[in-house]
Ligand binder design. Structure first.
Ligand SMILES: NC(=O)c1ccc[n+]([C@@H]2O[C@H](COP(=O)([O-])OP(=O)(O)OC[C@H]3O[C@@H](n4cnc5c(N)ncnc54)[C@H](OP(=O)(O)O)[C@@H]3O)[C@@H](O)[C@H]2O)c1
Length: 196
C-alpha cells in the first residue's frame, strides 16, 4: 500500500510534465468517471476524446477537452488522430461474449508500447442508465451477500478509475502490468489527499 505523501508527490511530478492524453470510450461508464477525475486533478495539459460520436458538454470544466470522431471500422485511415500523445486510456466497452476473452490483450502486446497496464475488474458497480438485465441481477445478488464476498466479485467504477490514475502516475520499470480485481481494490483505495 502506497503512502499518501508518496502518491501525492507522484501526482504532482506527473502534472509538471504537461503530458497529452487521449481517451477511448469516454461516453461509457468507466470513461465518463475517468474523464471527470483527470480533469479534477488537472493531470494533463491536453485531453482528447476519440470516439464514434461527439459529446456535448455543458460544464465549464470540460471546455478545453478536444474531440475527434473516427470510424472504428477503418482505423487505419485515422492513424494521425492517435499521434503525439504520451498516454492513452482505453475504456471501450463490450461484453466478453462479443469481444472474445484475451483477444484484445494479445493485440495490445503486439503494439509494443513502452509501458502498458491491463485492468481486469470483476462486475463494475455503477449507476448505468442503459438497462442490462444480467448486470442488474448480479448487482442485486451481490448486494445481498457479505461485503467481503462482494469485494471479490465486484468493484465500484470510481475505485477502478483511481487505480488507473494511481498506476499511471507511479513510475515503474515494468513494461506490462496486469491488475486483477484484488489489485484494483488495493491500488484504487490508496488515499488521495488531493481530493476534497
Ligand atoms: N460492466 C461490467 O460489469 C464490466 C466488468 C468487467 C469488465 N468490464 C469491461 O470494462 C470495460 C468498460 O466497461 P464499461 O461498463 O465502462 O463500458 P460501457 O459503459 O459499455 O462503455 C462502452 C464505451 O465503448 C464505446 N463503444 C462500444 N462499442 C463500440 C464500437 N463498436 N465502436 C466504438 N466505440 C464503442 C461506447 O461508445 P458509444 O457511447 O458511442 O456507444 C462507450 O464509450 C469494457 O471493456 C468491459 O468489457 C465491464
Amino acid at each position: 500500500i502506497m503512502e499518501t505523501g508518496t502518491l501525492q508527490k507522484f501526482l504532482e511530478d506527473f502534472r509538471m510534465q504537461n503530458k497529452a492524453v487521449f481517451i477511448l470510450g469516454a461516453t461509457g461508464e468507466t470513461g465518463q468517471v475517468l474523464l471527470r477525475e483527470i480533469l479534477k486533478r488537472n493531470l494533463f495539459s491536453k485531453i482528447t476524446l476519440i470516439g464514434r460520436r461527439k459529446i456535448e458538454f455543458e460544464e465549464e470544466a470540460y471546455k478545453n477537452v478536444h474531440q475527434e470522431v473516427v470510424d472504428f471500422e477503418k482505423l487505419d485511415e485515422y492513424a494521425s488522430s492517435f499521434q503525439d500523445y504520451d498516454v492513452g486510456f482505453c475504456c471501450l466497452g463490450t461484453t466478453r461474449s462479443k469481444a472474445g476473452a484475451g483477444e484484445v490483450e494479445a493485440k495490445i502486446e503486439e503494439l509494443n508500447f513502452d509501458r502498458y497496464t491491463i485492468f481486469r475488474p470483476a462486475v463494475l458497480l455503477c449507476d448505468r442508465k442503459e438497462f442490462r438485465p444480467a448486470e442488474w441481477l448480479t448487482r442485486k445478488f451481490l448486494g445481498s451477500l457479505p461485503t467481503s464476498w462482494a469485494k471479490d466479485h465486484s468493484v465500484p467504477v470510481i475505485t477502478v478509475v483511481r487505480a488507473m490514475i494511481n498506476n499511471l502516475v507511479t513510475p515503474s520499470d515494468k513494461k506490462m502490468e496486469l491488475l486483477d480485481n484484488q489489485a484494483i481494490h488495493n491500488l484504487g483505495k490508496a488515499e488521495d489527499s488531493t481530493q476534497p
